[in-house]
Design a protein around this ligand. Structure first.
Ligand code: CMC
Length: 380
């Protein structure tokens, strides 16, 4: 009997068509709707990028004002949501809290019962608007701090910073936050995005799709790597220890977090941009050693594994950056979710407008049927 071909982990499988984003893993290019991320991080802002991902074009001035005011209208969360966050954050990891809170908000919204395409879009915008408020509230509750409500005068990224840190960011901090969110906004059909699309392809609702995406982002092979990358850098402590720490891990065949990528076989273009900011902010805050240790780890890894196409990915320098502006490590992955929410919504919305149920198959490698059923008293 001939074995059916299959692709482990769906590697290389094209399962959908999209006009949203393009990843060229060979040349190290990431573009949203044809605009490369260098251009967008230099010239645009997160609100505009979010609109671009969702609607396929840069907004006119009028469209931009309308979109931003819609986001501001929807950015608030109700008192019972704050209460839930307070309660759950006593014990849960912030990613678990985030998953539960988004699911809870979905349960409160009657349009989530059987949404039409228009309602899916509306829910998507509500979630894009609320995500920074939710994540900031989780950050504060899990650090035992009082909540700070959104400030309608601030931009999306600055507002997220303000609600998390309890102070307004300076210009550079606001730009860094905005850049990090733009860089995380979309990235092909990655695991969490696929998860959102898979959920919505059953004609489930956008809250459920985003809850699936958050659950998927949580894992260490995906969004969870940034927290672990910082832990590695801190554990290494200084550039002099890097060789020893890496060798020990490699001997044990441990993966080095923040390196390697299923698609990029060259330097991740997002990591390049974040590395520049990480250098700036660690210098400013007197944490140069952290950055020097990281670059030493990078040099050693690239020397050893660069030939294999293993380079730093987005998670390697994002951790240092967030840590240096005062975020605790267990909030790094939720920050990733704040950025990625626009990509999740845009891709799920694009998919559901031309929907087809995702339903792959697996190759059966188990016992041949029919097997004789052995009664329980005869089994050994
Ligand atoms: N450290 C050491 N070796 C590695 C690493 C790493 N980080 N990544 C890949 N390799 C080696 C791996 O051991 C394997 O070697 P061999 O051919 O000798 O068995 C080879 O490279 C191919 O690795 P793979 O695991 O089969 O590749 P994949 O495409 O399944 O994995 C990955 C991609 C991202 C899961 C993997 O590189 C990894 O586990 N990296 C660490 C976790 C991480 O940083 N994740 C964040 C990804 S970027 C942001 C995101 O998408 O969330």
């Amino acid at each position: 009997e001939q074995k059916q071909e299959f692709s482990r982990g769906l590697e290389g499988v094209i399962a959908a068509e999209t006009k949203i984003g393009y990843v060229d893993g060979i040349n190290g290019i990431l573009a949203y709707r044809g605009y490369d991320i260098e251009t967008l991080t230099n010239q645009s802002n997160y609100e505009e990028v979010s609109y671009l991902l969702l609607y396929g074009k840069l907004p006119s001035e009028k469209e931009y004002i309308e979109y931003v005011s819609e986001l501001k209208k929807e950015m608030y969360i109700e008192d019972d949501v704050y209460e839930l966050i307070k309660k759950i954050s006593r014990t849960a990891h912030p990613m678990s809290s985030l998953r539960t809170v988004v699911s809870y908000i979905g349960g409160k919204d009657k349009t989530s019962v059987d949404p039409d395409v228009k309602q899916q879009e509306e829910i998507g915008i509500k979630l894009i608007a609320k995500m920074p408020t939710i994540v900031a509230a989780i950050k504060r509750a899990s650090s035992g701090e009082d909540f700070i409500k959104p400030d309608p005068e601030l931009s999306y990224a600055a507002n997220f910073f303000y609600q998390s840190a309890g102070r307004k960011p300076d210009t550079v901090e606001a730009k860094m936050m905005d850049t990090a969110l733009i860089l995380h906004a979309d990235h092909g059909m990655n695991a969490s995005t696929f998860s959102a699309m898979l959920t919505i392809s059953t004609l489930s609702d956008m809250y459920s799709a985003i809850t699936s995406a958050i659950s998927t982002l949580k894992g260490p092979l995906h969004g969870g790597a940034n927290e672990r990358a910082l832990a590695l850098i801190k554990e290494t402590g200084s550039p002099d220890n890097a060789e020893k720490v890496l060798s020990e891990k490699m001997e044990k065949k441990e993966k080095i977090m923040g390196f390697g990528h299923r698609v990029y076989k060259v330097y991740d273009p997002r990591a390049k941009i974040l590395k520049g900011y990480a250098e700036y902010i660690t210098k400013k805050n007197g944490q140069e050693k952290l950055f020097q240790t990281a670059t030493k780890i990078e040099d050693l890894m690239v020397n050893r594994l660069g030939e294999k196409g293993i380079f730093p990915n987005v998670d390697f320098y994002s951790g240092i950056l967030y840590y240096s502006i005062g975020f605790p490590p267990d909030v790094f992955t939720p920050i990733f979710a704040v950025g990625r929410i626009s990509g999740w919504v845009a891709r799920s919305y694009e998919y559901v407008q031309n929907n087809r149920l995702f339903r792959p198959r697996s190759r059966y490698a188990g016992e041949k049927a029919p097997r004789r059923y052995v009664p329980i008293n005869e089994r050994n």
